[in-house]
Design a protein around this ligand. Structure first.
Ligand code: AHM
Ligand code: MG
Length: 340
């Protein structure tokens, strides 16, 4: 048995020298996210008890209103980031506009955070894994409150990104552009402990993940790629297996560890796809690239897309590099017109 564990806090401090100009702010910001993650984890684990402790919207035994978990998670992350003082503003899936943190300590802070506080929240009631996704940018403007220019940056400008998966165990996975490291929450000591150092996504895999219920609405390139995944070919070990949880962080996490491709394409109903560029696709794309994988909208690298609005959507093809490249080839051949 290993006698020593490295906690997230220790790891962040050890890696602080990776950012000679950051003066510890980024480390503190990551630590704040770790704290919020533990609080959200505690509530997610209690979700099954709502029938006993009170339905959402009702009063619990302490006389407090029971909040929906995604609203609760949003409040926790914003409050941890506000208290930390390193973040001047937060762009969240739960808020229409940018949330400015105007306190004395935060208003001149150097970082801006984009977050999906609880992704896949429709899965909570059925005990399926859900996640938090976050992305950190350096602030560009310093004329009072943060501006559009600060959060509408290219994904490749991210200084850090990560996700937390609330699953059979809870993990925090993050990158600061120097590889990807994963930490598992040890509930007995209440610490995230380094469990997956230097994570790498296999270059190819045997899993494809897509909501096939939407098949008729997919572009031809995606339909043909699905046929390719299902065809018999012993050399490439096809047919591949289909695995789709419908919870982005969980689907991505599995494919990152085992190799595979996740696709949420454009559909007739949603020509821009469903997933959001700023706080879903960009952070996961940064992580997958840092792990040796690839992320695309079917035609171009996600991290090169110029965002033009906070809640912008994009199609997403993400996972093992060779599989994403192959899917792009199908798109170029059968759906050459980029609908996005
Ligand atoms: P949400 O942000 O409303 O939770 O939606 C995002 C989720 C992702 O976790 C998942 O990949 C996707 O929606 C699943 O969508 P669908 O049910 O259309 O397959
Ligand atoms: Mg979401």
């Amino acid at each position: 048995m290993k006698s020593q564990v490295t906690t997230l806090g220790q790891f962040i401090i050890e890696r602080q020298t990776d950012f000679p100009y950051a003066k510890g702010e980024l480390s503190r910001l990551l630590r704040d996210i770790g704290i919020a993650a533990k609080i959200v984890n505690r509530e997610v684990n209690k979700a099954g008890l709502v029938d006993i402790l009170g339905e959402f919207g009702t009063m619990n035994v302490q006389g407090e209103e029971v909040k929906k978990l995604d609203v609760y998670a949003n409040e926790q992350f914003i409050s941890a980031l506000s208290a930390g003082g390193e973040t001047c503003a937060v762009a969240s899936e739960e808020n229409e506009g940018l949330v400015h943190i105007d306190s004395e300590v935060s208003k001149n802070a150097k970082y801006i955070v984009c977050v999906d506080p609880l992704d896949g929240s429709s899965n909570i009631d059925v005990n399926v894994s859900i996640g938090t996704i976050f992305s950190i940018y350096r602030r560009m403007t310093f004329n009072g409150q943060a501006e559009e220019k600060d959060y509408l940056q290219l994904g490749k400008e991210q200084v850090a990104a990560g996700y937390i998966i609330y699953g059979s165990s809870t993990m925090l996975v993050y990158t600061t552009g120097k590889g990807v490291n994963g930490f598992t929450l040890d509930p007995s000591i209440g610490e995230f402990c380094l469990s997956h150092p230097d994570m790498k996504c296999p270059t190819s895999g045997k899993l494809y993940s897509i909501n096939e219920g939407n098949y008729v609405h997919f572009p031809d390139g995606v339909k043909q790629y699905i046929k390719y995944c299902q065809a018999i070919d012993p050399e490439t070990e096809r047919p591949y297996s289909s695995r789709y949880i419908g919870s982005l962080v969980a689907d991505l996490h599995r494919n990152l560890l085992k190799g595979g491709i996740f696709i949420y394409p454009s559909t007739h109903k949603s020509p821009k796809g469903k997933l959001r560029l700023l706080y879903e696709c960009n952070p996961l794309s940064f992580i997958i690239e840092q792990a040796g994988g690839k992320a695309s909208d079917g035609f171009r690298r996600i991290l090169d897309i110029q965002p033009n609005s906070l809640h912008q959507r994009t199609p997403l093809f993400i996972g093992s590099a060779d599989m994403v490249t192959m899917a792009e080839e199908f798109m170029a051949k059968y759906s050459p017109v980029d609908a996005s």
